[in-house]
Design a binder for this molecule. Structure first.
Ligand code: BTN
Length: 264
């Protein structure tokens, strides 16, 4: 991977909002490296990319399998002057950006599972891990994006959920540089839009992509379990759930299709 080749593919928004690009053959985790850089006082807007991760991290403390060239492993660090609670909507905006970028390369039929799993035919294609760090009175967000490109049968077997990869979905997969640039271009553009107009302009798009909208789902959060019909997200990015007790606004937890009736 060549930094200049990648830079040449960036659009105006990405070019102006990325100060540094670091490319690794192997690293523990691009998110961890980004957090370390902020901690060390290197607070420019930064992109960290790796061909493989030895300790790739997923949401909810899960591992993110990151074999060499098996996927895109990308973290973008950006300074934000917003409240920490805006993070939820930001993670939804990131998910929409990933879908839009992949669609441009011919991936059709992608859907989202709240808050930010990118799915194809109910199988996970890409995951997003946003991490927040305060330093010197500023708030930095690390946008970690993992996209499965080509996973071996062994890798697919070792993951405890249904996953898929881009090469199974599209006929002519783009180069990793093109894919990285496509993701960064779309994400930087969306983040600018989010900073100027908030989540409301993304709400409808998210709901159109939601794979469980108007379906019965179960939200698991630790020991707690809520069952209801998903009504999609509101203008803050919270998930609205029609339950037997009325509409509840959900801000955390993991969504599963519900096998139980709604009577609880
Ligand atoms: C999820 O569980 O769905 C989130 C997965 C996020 C994986 C990406 S890969 C690049 C970045 N570095 C990490 O360690 N995790 C994120």
């Amino acid at each position: 991977m060549d930094e200049q080749a990648l830079r040449n593919l960036l659009n105006l928004e990405a070019e102006k909002s990325i100060d540094r690009i670091q490319i690794f053959d192997e690293i523990d985790s691009t998110n961890s490296e980004s957090l370390r850089q902020i901690q060390s006082g290197n607070i420019e807007n930064r992109v960290v990319i790796a061909s493989s991760q030895t300790a790739g991290r997923g949401r909810r403390g899960r591992q993110w399998l990151s074999p060499k060239n098996g996927g895109i492993y990308l973290s973008l660090t950006r300074r934000f002057s917003m409240e920490a609670n805006a993070l939820q909507a930001l993670s939804l905006v990131t998910a929409i950006s990933v879908v839009d970028a992949l669609q441009k390369f011919g991936a059709q039929g992608l859907q989202l599972k709240w808050p930010n799993d990118v799915l194809f035919e109910q199988k996970k294609l890409a995951g997003i891990l946003l991490e927040l760090q305060q330093k010197e009175n500023s708030c930095f967000v690390v946008f970690g994006i993992g996209v499965n490109i080509e996973l071996s049968a062994d890798s697919l077997d070792s993951i405890d959920r249904e996953v898929t990869d881009l090469n199974s979905i599209i006929n002519e997969p783009p180069s990793h540089e093109n894919l990285l640039a496509g993701l960064l271009n779309k994400l930087c553009r969306s983040l600018e839009e989010y900073e100027s107009s908030g989540f409301s302009s993304f709400e409808e798009r998210w709901n159109d992509l939601d794979c469980y909208r108007m379906n019965d789902i179960e939200i698991q959060n630790g020991e707690s379990r809520i069952i209801g019909k998903s009504l999609g997200v509101d203008s803050d990015g919270s998930l609205l759930l029609q339950t037997a007790k009325g509409i509840q606004s959900i801000n955390g937890g993991e969504v599963f299709p519900s096998l139980l009736p709604l009577s609880e």
